[in-house]
Structure formats: structure tokens, C-alpha cells
Design a protein around this ligand. Sequence first.
Ligand SMILES: Nc1nc2c(ncn2[C@@H]2O[C@H](COP(=O)(O)OP(=O)(O)O)[C@@H](O)[C@H]2O)c(=O)[nH]1
Ligand SMILES: [Mg+2]
Length: 657
Amino acid sequence: MTGTENGRSPRSVALVGPYSSGKSTLFEALMEAAGAPVKRPVDPRNRPMTTETRIGHCTFLGDPWAILDCPGSIEFAHEVRASLAVADIAVVVCEPTPARVLTVAPLLKRLTDEGIPHLLFINKIDTLDGSVGDTLAALQAYAGSPLVLRQVPIVEGGAVTGYVDLMSERAYRYRRGQPSELMQIPPAMLLEEQDALGKLVEVLADHDDALLEKVLEDVKPTPAELYRDMRKDLLAGSVVEVLLGSAENAGGVQRLWKALRHDTPEAIETADRRAIDAEGPPLAQVFKTFYAGHTGKLSYARIWRGPIKDGVVLGGTRLGGIYRFPSGEAAKAVEAQTGEIVALGRLDGVATGATLSPGATPESLPFPEAPPPVYSLAISTTDHKDAVKLSSSLQKLAEEDPSLVIVHDADTGETVLHGQGEMHLLATVEHLAKNFGLKVVSRKPQVAYKETIRQAVHEHGRLKRQTGGHGQFADVKIDIAPRERGAGFMFIDKVVGGSVPRNFIPAVGEAAEEAAAKGPFGFPVVDISVTLVDGGFHSVDSSDMAFKTATSQAMKEGLAKADPVLLEPVDRVTISVPNDFTARAQRLLTGRRGQILGFAEKSGWSGWDEVEALVPEAELHDLIIELRSQTLGLGTYRRRFDHLAESRGGEVRKGAA
Ligand SMILES: Nc1nc2c(ncn2[C@@H]2O[C@H](COP(=O)(O)OP(=O)(O)O)[C@@H](O)[C@H]2O)c(=O)[nH]1
Ligand SMILES: [Mg+2]
């Protein structure tokens, strides 16, 4: 596949859509129809979930293609966005069920907002129950532009057996595993067909005066005119064409291929849309990183300007292999051309999203920002000797996966992975084991509780030890008092008349602060002042050490008497949901000790709300899991630390134990 069989540069299509709509099945059907069949799962009904974009290379009618089979789960949404950032067109795969249409809404909005050319493929048409029109109407509510149905299904004996292609006005009967067979338009469908064609022409005429004139004069436009307009409007984002099919039965797949072949922008048009110059030194952008056992690190990249030859220096590292994936299996190539999507081998230190040019560091091209993390797990190695290896591996992970945030929590001492959900983080842990040889255990992260006091106390600490000749002596009188929340720790020296000599006072301050690191409940004590008011010393037996010990004792006893209280971190949480689920989101928050602050329409998102609340961090660990399960997977949230709250409830004590 050199990409020049008929002079056209390679193009790429991303298959996107909700989980289980049939993207992977369609990927296989498209590859097979292009003569590059990929391995299929043994039992298609029991297909494993796609957790990362899979790539296949093929040639259709002489044109080279890369097909990206994207994950559907929201936890891998960043991988989808990254794939969309390099694709020429997106095919949104959805089901012919109005009730499921809402799950496509965020994606349609994204494609519209980002100006990514896209078409809709209503899959599983074999399961159609009702009319395509209902699904279309439901979809239209979320699409940024008019949806134009290009096909109407032929229903015989209660099942969809084929379709009428409106632009060519031809009817086809699906044939499993073969191109559909031309047939007569069933006479009973002629009215419906004319009606649907009329609608199609009407929408296209909105953007084409010549066509509009024909419509007004009742002149029938030629298919060629319609094809031309469809492509133009699709590229401009002013219409979204809609195709039908059944990926599992290879129905409608040839029709989809032909639409892609005709309507997909050329690589150069996509580069232009992304403001990338056509002229200049070779330029590539990494959109995904993957570790494969035998090939090592692979950086999947779109070649915006070719050629990129194997062995050149990219991002400071010598390129160690270029791979394409005919039939889904890696095959080595010596160079990659403009427009291609290939995997670049062994680019250590090159991060996902990086822009590369041989020998140089080019200006970075925009790359989607990762969504904020919504789920966290603390991890540790099972073998303590692996601790150093863990930190270097985690650094690589962060480079690879921008939707993963790795934090060493100074309060709890834990290494915490923050990511997009349970599956995402478990996949990450598996990846550490498989590709970095690191066995780690994961668990729910600890909450960084603090404590403070509610009463001022006066405490006396005295150390007097006589062990043989040289003894130890120190005497301190301190006041421990609460301070305003957030004010922190303060040490005040009010000693007069030298009852504690100046040179020992810093030791008292240090010991007081150290003692505050662990209060009666075992957590750091915050927002207190410690005032040294008086004390005593011995000219020979006093020392820094002695004053530290006396101060520690005084602190320990004083804090316990000062009406200590646990402080728990409370976050400001903003949940975002389709407004059908607003009430549910509110209940979810109040059920987790949340204090609702209010809700409002999500700006720029019609039909969506944002609910804001103050929620204790201890309640947030699995919030995303419940939120998604109650909102068709659509709900999401962001959080930021707001304040520490005194905790009187038993929940925290339990959690703290
Ligand atoms: N009836 C029917 N089922 C399909 C069709 N395409 C895919 N499926 C089934 O839908 C399920 C999900 O398919 P998959 O391709 O994994 O969906 P993905 O999550 O979008 O990649 C599988 O059980 C497929 O066998 C279709 O055209 N008709
Ligand atoms: Mg899939």
C-alpha cells in the first residue's frame, strides 16, 4: 500500500459512537469488504469491549485507507478525541432505537463544535422495530446540522431486507457477505421514496441556489449534482448524511464505503482545516501510544507532511521502525507518506500528542486536553525493591496517557492514580504488569483527614532526668489555642526575663510544630497557635534536645485536652447531566452527605444541567460509578477542594480508622 495507486493520498476514518453500537463489527465488515479481513472474535455475541483505538489499513477501489475502530466507553473518551484529531472523517455508529439516541448526543456536539466532518451510520437495521424516521427525529434534536437520510429501508415480512438509495434511486437487496443485489424499487414504496428524496433535495437546496431554482421549477436534479452538493455540505458541516446498515450481516457496507470514498476530505483538506501548512519539512503528530510485546513502544501518528523515513531522529530519538496494519497485523514499512496513519517504533520519551519533525522540534500542533479525572486508586508495589522502578514507569505512563494523572500524596504518603473510571485504571494496572513487569496492588485511596482543637489550653511540660553525672532538664509552659480555619500553624514566643534562654526557643517552636503533625486521632493538626509563655532551665543540664522532649510532652497532653475534632476535606463538586437526570443527580449528592448549592443550565449545552454541591471527599470515591449507572453513562463531574469541615458524624471516624 504505497498510497499512490491512483494518485490519491491515504485517508483515515474514525468509527465512533456509543458502547455496543457495532463499531468493531463495522470495522471488520469494512476491512473485509476491502479485501483485508481481520481476525474476528470467536463468538461475536461475546465480543470483548474495545478499550483502545484499533487500526486497520486497507485499499478500497485503489484508494489507501486507515480505519480507526475507537472505544465507545466514556472512560476512553480521550482516546476517541485523540483519534478524531487526526482523522479525515468520523462515522458515528448508532442503533435504530430512539431511546438510545441520547447516548450519541455528546459526541454529535463535539463533532459539530470542533468542525469535524462526520456522517451517521444507523447500524443493526436488521433489528429495526418501528420506523427509521423516529430515530432520525430523535437524533436531529442533538445534531448540529440537518440530518439527511440517504437510504430508506425495504421491509419485507417484518424484516429489513434491503434499501433504496435515494440519490441514485436504485433499490438493493442485502446479501450476506456479498455486495447487495440490485432490485426493482418495490412499487408500494414509490411514494415513500419520492417523499424521502424530496426532503433530501430540499435540505441540499438550502445551500445551493442552482439546486433551489431547479426545485422551484420542478426540475429533477441529476444524481451527480446531488453527490457534489452532499460532499460540499458535509465538508462545510452544513449537513450530516445518514446511512443505514447491518454491520453484522455486512449490509450497507459497500454503500458506506462508496460514500466514504466520495465524501471523505483529502489529507490536504484536513490539514487545511487544522491550519497545517501543506508545504514544509515532514511533520507527524502522535495521537496514541501503545506497548506491544514484540515491537515495544509504538507511537501512532498521523503524517501531516511526508515522507517520514525509518531511522530518522524524531523528538530526540532515532525512529526504530514504521508499521502499518494491513488486516490488523503489524507490517514493517520503510517510509510513511503524507496522509498516512502509521505506528512509529521505539520513540522513547515521546509523549502522546507530541508533534514531530525529523531532526527538529517543531511548534506543537493543538491536541485535545484530557478530561479531569473522576476516579482514583492508590497503588503500591508488592515487592518493595520495585519502588524506584515504579516511579520511572509511572512517568512513562503519564507521557503515554494524557487522561491519567499520577500524584504522590504528601498527606497520606500514597501514590495515587487519577483517571477516567474503574476500567481505565484497572487497564492501567494491568499494563504496568504486562509491559513494565511491575506487579502492583491497588486500593481505595485514603482521605487526607486533618484535625484541630476547639478549646484553648495551658500546658506545662517538664523534663528532669538525672542519669549519673550529666542530667537533662527543661521546663516549658505553653498555651495552645485554636486559630481560624485555614490560618495554619503559628508559634509565638512570649518569654520574658530569660526564663527560657533565647538559644533554646527555636527548638521549642520546632518541637511544637513536629508534634502537631500527628494529633490525638493520628492526623495532622492544623490551625492552632502555640505560645511559649514561661519555663525554666538549668545552666548545665538544659539542651535543645531536652526542650524538644518537654515541648513534645506538653503538646501531646495539651492537644488531647483541647477538645480535638476531626476535620474532613470537602470538595465543591459540579455534576453535569442531561436534564432528564438532574433530579437524580441531586439525590445522588444528598445521599452522600452533599449540600446542594444549586443547579443551572450547562452553558453551551442545551438540554444539559450542572448541579453544584459541597460533598465530603470521603463520599466521592465511587461517585462516578453510580452516576454513570444512573445516567446511561452520560453523567460526569469535576471537583476541587473547597474546605475542611469539622466532622461530628460517625462516618468519618469509621473511614478514618
Ligand atoms: N443485530 C445486529 N447486531 C449487531 C450488528 N452489529 C453489531 N452487532 C452486535 O452488537 C454487539 C456490539 O458490537 P461491537 O461491534 O462490539 O460494538 P462496539 O462496542 O460499538 O464496538 C455485538 O454483540 C455484535 O454482534 C448488526 O448489524 N446487527
Ligand atoms: Mg468496539
